[in-house]
Design a protein around this ligand. Structure first.
Ligand SMILES: [Zn+2]
Length: 209
């Protein structure tokens, strides 16, 4: 997890945040009073400018696992406090994050206290990365909230562990070539990495680099 600095509220929320929250609260409470028959009232946060503002702030990465999703799928606008329970915050800019579908599915309606990437300054005080066999990197929590985050968002799922290993291996190879002073081979190696990144084959993680 990295620290995310949120930029200014997008225009639609500048104009409608309170109004849309009030309308949504009224609609959900009416729906509840009527026995929750029919579909739950939908909120209006899925606006283009909100998505663009979150992509700007999160650099098109999931706020929890850091996966880059752009080349393969869409990300979800995630509510840090779940909108199913805190529906009064469904359009509150401070409560909106960007999340990959896997983290979103894992997190669901969680109310356990977890780390908000928009409220941390130095993730190294919360998480550590431990080497395991064959270069696999397992993330550990240094505080109860960090431990909850790993468990709730499933941050040691196999695909993430594999991608961390892949990234670590590439960085180690680059460092080795650099130490050998073989700049031609290093240049060639780095251009291959950049090309893979360009193709979207390398989708995950800023870990270590
Ligand atoms: Zn994720």
């Amino acid at each position: 997890m990295i620290s995310v600095v949120k930029g200014p509220r997008p225009q639609s929320l500048e104009e409608h945040e309170d109004e849309w929250n009030q309308q949504h609260v009224q609609a959900v409470e009416k729906w509840k009073q009527e026995g929750e028959t029919g579909p739950r009232p939908s909120a209006k946060y899925n606006q283009k400018d909100i998505k663009m503002a979150l992509e700007r702030d999160f650099h098109k990465k999931c706020g929890f696992c850091e996966s880059q999703y752009g080349a393969i799928t869409y990300a979800d606008i995630e509510h840090f406090l779940p909108k199913s329970i805190h529906y009064e915050l469904a359009h509150t800019w401070k409560n909106l994050l960007l999340s990959c579908k896997k983290c979103n599915m894992s997190k669901r309606d969680n109310l356990t206290k977890i780390v908000n990437p928009c409220e941390i300054i130095d993730p190294r005080q919360l998480f550590s990365y431990d080497n395991e066999l064959k270069g696999k990197i397992i993330i550990s929590g240094l505080t109860p909230e960090a431990k909850n985050t790993i468990s709730v968002c499933d941050l040691n799922r196999d695909d993430l562990v594999d991608k961390r290993a892949e990234t670590t291996l590439m960085v180690r190879s680059a460092v080795k070539l650099s130490k050998l002073g073989d700049t031609d081979e290093l240049d060639e190696y780095m251009s291959k990495i950049e090309y893979r990144e360009y193709l979207g084959a390398l989708r995950f993680f800023n870990l270590i680099v």
